[in-house]
Design a protein around this ligand. Structure first.
Ligand SMILES: Cc1cc2nc3c(=O)[nH]c(=O)nc-3n(C[C@H](O)[C@H](O)[C@H](O)COP(=O)(O)O)c2cc1C
Length: 261
């Protein structure tokens, strides 16, 4: 029993380390699992038990399609052909974002929050937010992978002139949580069994509108919506970075992770 559990967790961490870039979108995740992840997110650990992030768990197909198609364009690294982050097309997509933190403990009394009035406050807050969001998304991704789902993270949410306000409206939190600032997406789902995890049939790319100025200095399109075009190849490969592309053998990274007995 114990051995089986360790094996499941080993497989799960490899799933999480990889990025699933295709899904069988016809399959549905049971509501019990969705609610389980909601429970994990609501109870994930935080410094002094404050709340510093929010998460929107999406299983609505139309909304996932919209996010995937229009809101997942990646940055231009070289050239002018941003691609989608297809890990955002799972049967479930979770959007993690910053919120103005609670102060149940009264640590920040007297500080005007949400504005850069206290550098110390902002810096500490950012660190805790990043840590706590990271812990929470790690826990959910690991849970999902232990259940046998595939997962993929994405941090590209704003490339094609999309803003926080548009995100909030789309997620229907603009009135209830006007401080919610999306920053990471996590796709969870079933793989398209006809492809490897790092492949996608989405061969569209986004070219900047020729009128978009200062392109060489910009990391995002700001003034005009980009123009969608298609590569001739029907399947695109992304990496894989964590494995040998031919044998799929896991790469051992030179991390400092050691045991002192
Ligand atoms: C916190 C986090 C953020 C990530 N953001 C992105 C991203 O914005 N775009 C992307 O394509 N992959 C993103 N990834 C996926 C990693 O790039 C991926 O895990 C890595 O390439 C190894 O997976 P592979 O072997 O499938 O290439 C992210 C992963 C993590 C853990």
């Amino acid at each position: 029993m114990e051995k089986d559990r360790l094996q499941i967790e080993k497989q799960a961490i490899v799933t999480n380390r990889r990025c699933q870039r295709n899904y069988d979108t016809s399959r549905v995740i049971p509501q019990e699992h969705i609610e389980h992840w909601q429970y994990l997110l609501k109870n994930s650990p935080s410094k002094q038990d404050e709340i510093r992030f929010g998460a929107v768990i999406i299983i609505n197909k139309e909304l996932i399609e919209k996010i995937h198609k229009e809101y997942s364009w990646g940055f231009r690294r070289k050239g002018n052909d941003a691609r989608r982050n297809n890990q955002m097309n799972g049967s479930c997509v979770i959007i993690f974002g910053r919120v103005i933190p609670t102060d149940f403990e009264g640590d920040y009394e007297g500080v005007v929050r949400g504005e850069m009035l206290s550098r110390e406050y902002e810096e500490r807050n950012l660190k805790h937010q990043e840590r706590e969001m990271g812990i929470a998304m790690g826990i959910v991704a690991f849970s999902a992978a232990c259940m046998g789902y595939k997962t993929g993270f994405n941090t590209n949410l704003y490339y094609n002139a999309k803003g926080e306000q548009e995100w909030r409206k789309m997620l229907d939190v603009d009135k209830t949580n006007p401080d919610f600032r999306p920053c990471v997406g996590l796709g969870i789902g079933f793989p398209d069994e006809s492809l490897e995890w790092y492949q996608t049939r989405d061969n569209e790319y986004l070219e900047a509108d020729p009128r978009e100025s200062d392109l060489s200095f910009k990391t995002m399109l700001e003034d005009y919506p980009g123009v969608v075009k298609k590569f001739p190849e029907p399947i695109l490969n992304y990496g894989p970075l964590s494995c040998d592309p031919d044998t799929h053998e896991l790469k051992e990274r030179p991390s400092l992770v050691k045991i002192i007995s």
